[in-house]
Design a protein around this ligand. Structure first.
Ligand code: NAD
Ligand code: UFG
Length: 368
């Protein structure tokens, strides 16, 4: 495969992490050049080689389409050097700390990393005149939404330091975008990303005891942990357990490609490579300008019990459960209205809960 000299280059921070690594794969497959940045505080350098294995056919003729810098986003000088070394068309900013529980005891660290990192990145971008930024926000900014499915215009209410850092970054980037005049910022509010790449070469690799439901379920199924504690069976939901909107990480990754393409005024595929046909599946999309806030979810609410039942059915593995008290800070029910992303990007999540469970299990099973 040859690469057009016009090929667009995207800098991805947090690129060896769970969502970042899947997005790098989708960007390469869509024809972009990618510059990966990660300080490896919550991921392994070996992810780079796994991405290269998945995307090898896109890299064979031009290995320089992919580069990795083991840099901390708070290191503005290093970022400035990277941004000055070649033209960068846009940035997707995943780097950050994400454990809600840990964010209480490590609040200053969360502010420094998430807010300080975002500010340092934007300063470096401004010096290099890079004006397109996609930011990883979270559905946690809605708290317990008053009406469901929740739309982007719903009021925000955060209940933990992690959520506060995301909301403050959203507010800062809103001001940054308006101050810059011609800046383009997309604030993407993810619901619950799960699953793994179908190759089982990349996936979610939590360190220590998983905080999140799906990696805990897969570790119980693998026999690493004896049982899953179900945090609360007395919620006002159809089976008493909490309801969330689980989205396959590859769907989420494709949503980032669609967002970057819309910012660049391209179709959902970066048709900058002469050998990539514009997809006939994709209808017209709008070019994003200024500030855009979008939910990235499926729109389907799934209870904890339903997820466990589906996982057992799809994988044939047993997941013993224990009833446990409610977890502090959990909301009963949260799922997205994903219409805006569909209207603006012609993107929607397509993968089922079954494929999320299947791919998460294949990834877990591949681990030593
Ligand atoms: P992850 O921990 O797997 O990936 C984050 C990556 O950022 C890691 O590889 C880590 O090493 C890197 N990183 C952290 N601080 C850094 C710094 N200062 N400089 C450079 N690299 C740094 O997490 P993820 O699940 O891929 O999440 C990515 C983003 O999406 C995060 O900002 C997270 O808050 C947000 N998000 C995640 C979820 C979720 O459930 N996974 C939900 C909503 C939002
Ligand atoms: N749960 C259990 N047992 C567990 C783990 C989780 O019952 O061992 C339950 C939780 O109580 C909750 C549901 O499974 O009802 C989902 O919990 P997760 O921790 O997987 O996800 P959350 O919805 O709490 O939070 C996640 C991310 C946040 C992000 C948020 C956005 O962890 O970073 O989604 O909605 F902000």
């Amino acid at each position: 495969m040859t690469t057009s000299p016009n090929c667009k280059t995207v800098l991805v921070t947090g690129a060896t992490g769970f969502i970042g690594s899947h997005t790098v794969v989708e960007l390469l497959e869509a024809g972009y050049r990618v510059r990966m940045v990660d300080n490896l505080c919550n991921s392994e350098a070996s992810v780079l080689e796994r991405i290269e294995r998945i995307a090898h056919e896109h890299l064979t003729h031009d290995p320089k389409r992919l580069g990795f810098w083991p840099v901390d986003v708070r290191d503005s000088q290093a970022l400035e050097a990277l941004l000055a070394s070649e033209p960068i068309d846009g940035v997707i900013h995943f780097a950050g700390l994400k454990a809600v529980g840990e964010s209480f005891s490590q609040a200053p660290n969360y502010w420094d990393n998430n807010v300080g990192g975002t500010m340092a990145l934007t300063q470096a971008m401004a010096k290099a005149h890079v004006k397109r930024l996609v930011f990883s926000s979270s559905a946690t900014v809605y708290g317990q939404a008053a009406s469901l499915p929740v739309s982007e215009d719903a009021p925000t209410q955060v209940t933990n330091p992690y959520g506060r850092t995301k909301l403050v970054c959203e507010q800062f980037l809103t001001d940054w975008c308006h101050a810059s005049g011609d800046g383009q910022v997309a604030l993407l509010r993810y619901f619950n990303p799960v699953g793994a790449h179908p190759s089982a070469l990349i996936g979610e690799a939590p360190r220590g005891v998983p905080n999140n439901l799906m990696p805990f379920v897969t570790q119980v199924a693998a026999g690493i942990r004896p049982a899953l504690s179900i945090f609360g069976r007395d919620y006002p939901t159809r089976d008493g357990t909490c309801i969330r909107d689980y989205i396959h990480v590859s769907d989420l990754a494709r949503g980032h490609v669609a967002t970057m393409a819309a910012m660049l005024g391209l179709g959902p595929h970066a048709v900058t490579s002469p050998d990539i046909e514009p997809s006939t599946q994709n209808g017209p999309i709008q070019t994003l300008s200024g500030l855009t806030v979008m939910n990235f979810g499926t729109g389907q609410g799934v209870s904890v019990q339903e997820l466990v039942d589906t996982f057992e059915r799809v994988t044939g593995q047993r997941v013993p459960t224990l009833d446990a008290p409610r977890r502090q800070g959990d909301v009963a029910e949260l799922y997205a209205n994903p219409q805006r992303a569909h209207t603006l990007l012609n993107w929607r999540a397509t993968q089922t809960l079954e494929s999320m469970c299947r791919d998460a299990w294949a990834w877990q099973s591949s681990l030593p």
